[in-house]
Structures are given as C-alpha cells and as structure tokens.
Design a protein around this ligand. Structure first.
Ligand code: ADP
Ligand code: MG
Length: 378
C-alpha cells in the first residue's frame, strides 16, 4: 500500500478507489508571448501532486490536503459553484464544478510541487483532480478538453486569469520531451528534450524575491503589445516580423518598439530552439535561453537584480544557458547545466546571493518528466 493510500484510509476510514498524479512545470523558452499568440515550450518537472479518490453514494464531497494538516473540508456537490467561499480547496472544487461532477467523493491531496515557487502547484493540483475524476466517473474527456476544463476552473472558480499553458503541459507532457504549444490555436507537439542522455540537467533557482511591480508591470507590457498591434493593423505580435516592425518604427513609441521586439524575437527563438533540439544541439539551446533572458531584461524590462544575479552566477559556473522564467520581477530562473556540476553551480549562486545580501535562494533540479497519469486503481 503506497503512503497516500494509507493516509487516505486513516483520514476517511476506507481505501481509495484510485490514485492519480499530475506534475508542475517550467517553461524552457517562450516568455511573455502567450498573450501575443506566440509559442511556448514548457516541460513537466519530476515533482507532482498525488490525489487519492473514492466515490461516495451520497452527494457529499470531503477533501483534505497533507499540506494543509489533513483538515477535512465538507461540502455538498450541489453547492459547489463559483462564489462559494473557501481557501486552497477551491482549486480542486473548481475542477469538480467545471467537469460537472454530479456525485459525492472523498479526496486526499498530497502535493510535492513546491507551492508558490512559480512551478505551478496550482495546475498540478487541478490536473491531478481532473485525471482522477475522469477515471472515477468514466467521463471520457480527452487531454485537450481536460486542459480547457482545468483552466476554466482556475479562471472562473478560483478567479485567477491564467493562460492554458500550465494545465496543458501538466496533462500532456511525456518523459524526455518538452511540449510546444501554439497559443494561437492551442495545438501541441511533443519535442524530444532528452537532457539526461546528454549528461545535462535543469537547475531551477527560486530567488524568493517578489517585487511589487508584478501586477501593473504585467498589464503595462500586455497593453504595449496590444497598442502596437492596433497601430500596425495586425491581430497580434504573431503577425509581425523584425523587418515589418523596423519599417514601422516611426508609427509607435520607443517603448512600444522594444516591447514588440521582445515578442517578435522570442517567438523566433522558440522555433529556433525546437530546431536545435531536433538535432540535439544543446549549445545552441543554451545560447537561445541566454538571448531570451537578455531580451526579457533589456527590451521587456521584467527582470530584477536577484534574477540577473542567478543567471550571471550560473553562467559563470559553466551553465550552457540561463534565464528568468515566468512573469518576472522575482520568482525563478532556470539554468541548463552539466549534471556533474550541479553542486558547484548551486554553491556559486548561493555565494553571489550572499555577497549581494539577497535572501537565500531555493534550488530544485529536474529532468523533463511525465504528465498526468492514473497510478493505481482498485
Ligand atoms: P504556483 O502555481 O506557482 O505554485 P499559485 O499561487 O498559482 O502558485 O498556486 C498555489 C496555491 O495552490 C496554494 O496557495 C494553494 O492554495 C494551492 N495548492 C497547490 N498545491 C496544494 C496542495 N498540495 N495542498 C493544498 N493547496 C495547494
Ligand atoms: Mg499557479
């Protein structure tokens, strides 16, 4: 009996019918272009969230999380609608609502994705619950439908206006691959990203910094891209090229120009990265990751001293490439490193942070891992 089944038995007094899991994610490249109809190239990390579930023959939903002291929250399925007050359990209840689950269920969550570190523990939670419900109630949703339903749960039930990247990769990723997601039509393609057999590894550096700019800063970047699109009569940055942007430079402000330049060049970097991965050219992948960081730092101006320090220190320690990931102004960076240099790189980044008197960072390593799956069923 795996430990989550044992805990479930202790908490709910019966064995679960099944156990499902879904991972967190990191975006390798393609930052701040999801809302510009660009491409993103995330991969699933090894850390994942487990959920044990048991069908009930009434309409009661009971839910507990190991990360929330196993406290049982009880609600009737008929009351599970947006607007129902709650805390962390809304991420799970939102999925029951968006999937239109009708019957009662007992759920135990055990999450191994660090919460709030930019690794998408929220999508891991939603997608593990969705996978469990899909099997438990034989709902027959495919992965694309589950991605839309879990995104709907986070958007409309929890109230977080996230895109569809996190849920897509948590559901669709496969071991040793990254997931190319076209944000224009939501089509996906698995791209071999076999770092392990090249002796490489991904080091995730959580700077633990959170600068206040996050909300307004994000809206301002997005508005710049929309303004450029409107002034240049295109639907999104996806329709621009550097030639077209340069020839229209006089029609937009200098700030709009550099924001658009990030979007246009970043979209190309994602496709170049896919190309480099197809030939196992990790040196080029590293250079593209570096170029992404420089563009985010200088053109999009969403980096911060902690992120720049993490990137510079890991590169000095020999990383092939390093960049900030996520919205910016704090959060995490990733570095593509030789697996044999992990400890050395961690020490170099720790030292650089200490010298600048920054809060100590947290480190996670990962290989591109498997997406959501059913682990066991009685
Ligand atoms: P991220 O997705 O980057 O980790 P979010 O703020 O989007 O950060 O999501 C984190 C939230 O998701 C937590 O504050 C909590 O409400 C919920 N959550 C995720 N995993 C768990 C878990 N294992 N147990 C309880 N709540 C969880
Ligand atoms: Mg999240």
């Amino acid at each position: 009996m795996s430990s989550i089944e044992g805990k479930f038995l202790q908490i709910f007094g019966a064995e679960p019918d099944l156990v499902a899991a879904a991972p967190g994610r990191v975006n390798l490249i393609g930052e701040h272009i999801d809302y510009s109809e660009g491409f993103v190239l995330p991969f699933a990390i090894k850390d994942r969230t487990l959920v044990a579930a048991r069908k009930r023959d009434d309409s009661t939903v009971r839910i507990a999380s190991v990360q929330r002291r196993n406290k049982i929250i009880t609600v009737d399925i008929a009351d599970v609608k947006p607007g129902l007050k709650g805390e962390w359990e809304r991420y799970a209840l939102g999925v029951l609502w968006s999937m239109d689950v009708k019957g009662g269920v007992d759920l135990l969550i055990d999450g191994h994705v660090p919460l709030g570190a930019g690794l998408s523990s929220s999508a891991a939670l939603e997608c593990s619950v969705a996978t469990a419900m899909n099997h438990l109630f034989d709902m027959g949703f495919n992965l694309e439908e589950l991605a839309r339903l879990t995104q709907k749960a986070e958007n409309q039930y929890v109230g977080v206006p996230c895109g569809i990247m996190d849920q897509s990769v948590s559901l669709m990723a496969t071991t040793g691959s990254a997931l190319l997601l076209d944000c224009r039509d939501l089509s996906t393609r698995n791209i071999p990203f076999d770092v392990a057999s090249h002796g490489l590894e991904l080091l995730i550096i959580d700077t633990q910094a959170h600068h206040a700019l996050t909300d307004g800063g994000y809206a301002e970047r997005r508005a710049s891209c929309e303004s450029v699109a409107s002034k240049l009569s295109v639907k999104s940055m996806r329709e621009l090229t550097m030639t077209k942007l340069d020839s229209s430079r006089g029609l937009i402000t200098e700030t709009e120009y550099i924001r658009a330049r990030h979007a246009v060049t970043e979209m190309k970097r994602v496709l170049d990265c896919v190309e480099a991965l197809s030939s196992g050219d990790f040196a080029t992948v590293g250079q593209l990751i570096n170029a992404s960081h420089i563009s985010l730092r200088d053109d999009y101006t969403v980096s911060c001293p902690e992120l720049d320090t993490a990137v510079e220190a890991s590169l000095l320690a020999g990383a092939l490439g390093s960049r900030m990931v996520g919205g910016g102004f704090g959060g995490s960076a990733i570095a593509l490193i030789q697996a044999s240099k992990t400890t050395e790189t961690i020490h170099a980044v720790e030292k650089a942070f200490a010298e600048k008197k920054f809060k100590a960072p947290r480190f996670f390593t990962s290989l591109p891992s498997q997406g959501a799956e059913l682990l066991s069923r009685r």
